[in-house]
Design a protein around this ligand. Sequence first.
Ligand code: SF4
Length: 354
Amino acid sequence: MDYDIKETMNDSDDLLFDAKINAPVGLGLISGGLDSLIACLVLKLQNIEVVGLNFKSPFCICDKAYKNAECGLNLFYDKLGIKTYFLQKEDDYLEVIKDPKYGYGKNLNPCIDCRIYILKKAKLFAKKINADFIFTGEVLDQRPKSQNLKALRIIEEESDLKKKLLRPLSALLLKPTILEENGIIDRTKLLGIKGRSRKKQLELARTHDLLNEYNACGGCLLTEREFANRMRDYLEYSKNPTMEGVKLLKYGRHFRFNGSKIIVGRNEVENNFLLHLKSPDEIVMEASNVKGPVTLIQGKIEEEVIRFAASLTLRYSDAIKSQGEVIYGREPTLLNEHLTVEKAIQEFLIPYLL
Ligand code: SF4
């Protein structure tokens, strides 16, 4: 279920953290991975009511884990009866990527600022659904930059959750939260896991019949070099970058030529996505009378750009001869312009490839 949290309540209301809560409800940030699953399990085992919150974005690669392992968001409901809500990271997230206060990880991933962003949103959402506290599946020192002791402290302070953010997997290695101090959560039933190994988590998953095998999926597309390059280019050239615009970065081969962007589909699925995501001012191009890619041209439509895009379109088509014709236009069903060009050669296109 998608919620609009813009129409949220008074931000000065705090989460309860009240010793008199009879049946506290914890809102867990869940990625669909093993750590958040076990964090939920640990709380369920002490009879805490748990609901999940999952953030979606075009950067998500969590479905990889789902394909390769028995893990995924369905397990939270199927095995633990946990209802999950979904929120989108919105366009304001792009500001986080552009200028993260706490810097980047190995590529364009602003992990510390990203955690702060989602916790701030989660805090508003918790109030909306009357959850009493927030917890995460973070594990101390699992990621060197964003999950060390200092980073965990920064994250809870900057999201205004100092001593209020429960991390059930590493709680015994961290200072007690107010929830533990007030006896709402039994600290003795929390864990003291540290580091990258998921041995303990998997052991618990097996013991409680949640899953048998697990392949960690590691982050989001912003951690990947090729995608990060495309993203940097997108932020540099777009006047009004949007999360919708980011979706196009996931499909096709991308080239920047004379300030314009050319995207060439790699297969039929990508061709269909490009046509689906195309905006009205973009040009569509195809090879004439032969199977080949859908090419999109964004930005200034100059003759040189058209010629370059045409030579790429022909290169990645099934055309046998070195010279051939392409057709193009703004309306995919009416490509009534045409041009004859030579196929691009590898050395020529490499400098423009993103
Ligand atoms: S890997 Fe991506 S989604 Fe995960 S914390 Fe870092 S920036 Fe956010």
